[in-house]
Design a protein around this ligand. Sequence first.
Ligand SMILES: Nc1ncnc2c1ncn2[C@@H]1O[C@H](COP(=O)(O)OP(=O)(O)OP(=O)(O)O)[C@@H](O)[C@H]1O
Length: 238
Amino acid sequence: MIELDSALVTAYAPDPAGGADRVVRLLGPVSLQLAERRIAIIGANGSGKSTLARLLNGLVLPASGTVRVDDLDTATDGRAVRRRVGFVFTSPDAQIVMPTPLEDVALSLRRLPLSADERDAAARCALARFGLAERAEVPAHALSGGQRQLLALASVLAAEPDVLVCDEPTTLLDLRWRTVVDDLLAGLDQQVIVVTHDLEAAARADRVLVVDDGLVVFDGEPAPAVEHYRALMAAVRA
Ligand SMILES: Nc1ncnc2c1ncn2[C@@H]1O[C@H](COP(=O)(O)OP(=O)(O)OP(=O)(O)O)[C@@H](O)[C@H]1O
């Protein structure tokens, strides 16, 4: 289980008056225990959703407080945490690093005790699961946006994380690919925590966190969470 205890995220920001950089609060303090299988994080642009998501696998570290994944502290056990908690970025291009899909998935498998042949077979199997068997050896840049998103997911899942954190994984996708990715995420055995602007997707979660101005301002069932978010948005427009 992922557990945040008074986690506070700060950053340095330039002083408009030209003085020394100032410390600004980006998120928190946040205390949460994340045990549900399907959790959605919603909120306005710039509210702190990605910062919260990145805290969960140690991509962002708290300035104070702690974030723990089971027995691991993200501040001191970052590598082990990232093996346990996979992260899918909004843009697949942020995480596809190898020239072909086959090599990209094989890279994710490097920590598993497999021979070269076994790794190749496992990578092909992972690609087939995501409908990419025929595209295993084409240049990754020749894939469509939707196929690249599926490749990013395949690569992250190939490493067999216990938890998958996705930051707006369907934002760049058309309706067909969005449905494919949504269905795929819904069918995973792993715990899935998704940052999303898609309120229909959020409505299917077991639990929804609403983030506003760097704080979790609502935490509960999807219907009241979405209502809370709509009220926040209406207040901004008023
Ligand atoms: N490293 C950083 N240094 C300074 N400010 C940052 C840094 N990272 C994020 N921020 C700021 O923190 C705030 C929250 O950013 P974050 O990316 O978490 O928002 P978000 O809710 O995911 O937004 P969006 O829906 O637009 O993706 C924003 O105002 C952003 O500019």
